[in-house]
Design a binder for this molecule. Structure first.
Ligand code: UD1
Ligand code: CA
Length: 455
């Protein structure tokens, strides 16, 4: 007995008006289908079968490599026909959970509650929801004893059935043995001439089974995405859920409507996220970390008590404790800051290690550099790391002082305790504990005349 998850993802999604297949449209920068796959995986299922059709090659290439099987539905002849394509992937004893590639936010808790209703005596369980406006959905028809009798699609429904507010989410769990039998009996004698998966409900009832139903905790869990408007409204719903979960973990979120999380974020107590922060990829924030307004962080790990000031951009960085970064700092991939480092405004750092307590406070570029502790880099310092062909390293020892407007032409070594005079172009090793400078002598021309305006 195994759990198999079939994800229907063959539809075209015409209303998206997009070249990208619907199930690849991004929600929090991740394809809709990937959200469904992640949810399926969190159920510890034994196999995931994606039924693909429209844009099959692209869809397959975007989600492959995750132990997913693909079943091709060449023509989209209906949801029942779609599930038939997955028939060879499940056995009689398996439980088959049917999900939709365009319904991204179903929670594992809800799906587990649905799965718990399925056993040999109850081979079919349905996830239903009661909506104020049920337009477009299949209606759940119950008898006077409140037992589910069938699902009637909107287009096939009578006026009385149209008034029903309990609708089919499409999500169901079925025992493999019966699913196969019932699917084989489907026909397309309906208004849309489609093979409706929903017709198996009436078959189960006529075989004497009572249909179990579960409901989601939140309505957003069962909402599908058909156009860009629904995509953005689910995006906001999703963002709000994540912001709420971060707040429950102790983060202070200044405005949950102005925070965007597009990846996995871990926060410790008293993290502060100001407005218009975007966090992407894997972001780990230690205790008391403050992320100022308008910062973008991607794949960043920040230890406790560090403060990122507004308008800073960090990618693939590891930041120590009690550092201060920005405003307007750009930390590019491969930047590592030890504790108590300070990076000020309009500073760019790339692939460099900055030692404990070192400061690069203003308008500098530091690339391919290994910097020791308690270094002070003056304003406008540039490591000239690129000769037009290759990148070269700059080594800066502990307690170095670099005067403003200095170029360090790599490869170059500034030894511990060295002082570099302002305005220098350093091309050779600067020895330890000495002052090195390269600067043309200052001259003054006393008899120089200011130019006068030509008449
Ligand atoms: C379906 C249900 C309806 C339910 C609604 C919930 C049926 C007959 N109806 O209706 O009861 O209220 O979902 O949203 O099942 N798909 C395929 N291949 C196909 C047809 C569809 O892969 O041949 C996929 C689509 O890509 C989509 C999903 O199945 O992700 C649902 O198909 P759709 O045509 O949108 O069904 P609805 O008419 O909305
Ligand atoms: Ca639909």
């Amino acid at each position: 007995m195994a759990l198999k998850v079939v994800i229907l993802a063959a539809g075209k999604g015409t209303r998206m008006r997009s070249k990208l297949p619907k199930v690849l449209q991004p929600l929090a920068q991740k394809p809709l289908l990937q959200h469904v796959i992640d949810t399926a995986q969190s159920l510890n299922c034994d196999e995931i079968i994606a039924v693909i059709g429209h844009g099959a090659e692209l869809v397959q290439s975007r989600v492959s490599g995750q132990n997913i099987c693909f079943a091709l539905q060449e023509k989209q002849l209906g949801t029942g026909h779609a599930v038939v394509q997955a028939n060879s992937y499940y056995q009689d004893d398996d439980t088959v959970l049917i999900l939709y590639g365009d319904v991204p936010l179903t929670s594992p808790t809800t799906l587990n509650a649905l799965l718990a209703l399925v056993d040999e005596q109850h081979p079919l369980a349905l996830l239903t929801v009661t909506l104020e406006n049920s337009t477009g959905y299949g209606r759940i028809v119950r008898n006077t004893q409140n037992a589910v009798q069938s699902i009637v699609e909107q287009k096939d429904a009578t006026a009385q059935e149209l008034a029903i507010k309990e609708v089919n989410t499409g999500i169901m769990a079925v025992k493999g043995r019966y699913l196969k039998q019932w699917l084989a009996a489907l026909d397309n004698q309906n208004v849309q001439s489609e093979y409706y998966l929903t017709d198996i409900i009436a078959m189960a009832v006529s075989d004497g089974f009572s249909i179990q139903t579960a409901q989601p905790t939140l309505e957003t869990e069962v909402l599908g995405v058909n156009d860009k408007l629904q995509l953005q409204s689910l995006e906001r719903a999703y963002q709000l859920q994540i912001a709420e979960s971060l707040m429950r973990q102790g983060a202070t979120v200044v405005d949950a409507n102005r925070l965007d999380i597009r990846g996995d974020v871990t926060v410790e107590a008293d993290v502060m996220l100001d407005v218009n922060v975007v966090l992407e990829g894997k972001v780990v924030l230690g205790e008391n970390v403050v992320i100022g307004a308008h910062c973008i962080l991607k794949n960043v790990q920040i230890a406790s008590n560090t403060h990122i000031h507004p308008f800073s951009h960090l990618e693939d960085c590891i930041i120590g404790e009690s550092c201060s970064i920005g405003p307007y700092a750009r930390l590019r991939p491969g930047t590592e800051l030890a504790d108590e480092a300070k990076i000020g405004n309009f500073v760019e750092i790339k692939k460099s290690k900055i030692g404990r307590g070192s400061k690069v406070s203003h308008l500098s570029y530091i690339g391919d550099t290994h910097m020791g502790c308690d270094v002070n880099i003056g304003a406008g310092t540039i490591t000239c790391n690129y000769d037009g062909v290759n990148k070269h390293q700059t080594i800066i020892g502990d307690h170095v002082f670099v005067g403003s407007d200095t170029q360090l032409v790599a490869p170059v070594d500034i030894e511990s305790g060295a002082t570099i005079g302002a305005g220098s172009t350093i091309t050779k090793k600067a020895p330890a504990e000495a002052l090195t400078l390269s600067r043309s002598k200052q001259i003054t021309l006393k008899d120089w005349q200011k130019p006068t305006k030509l008449s």
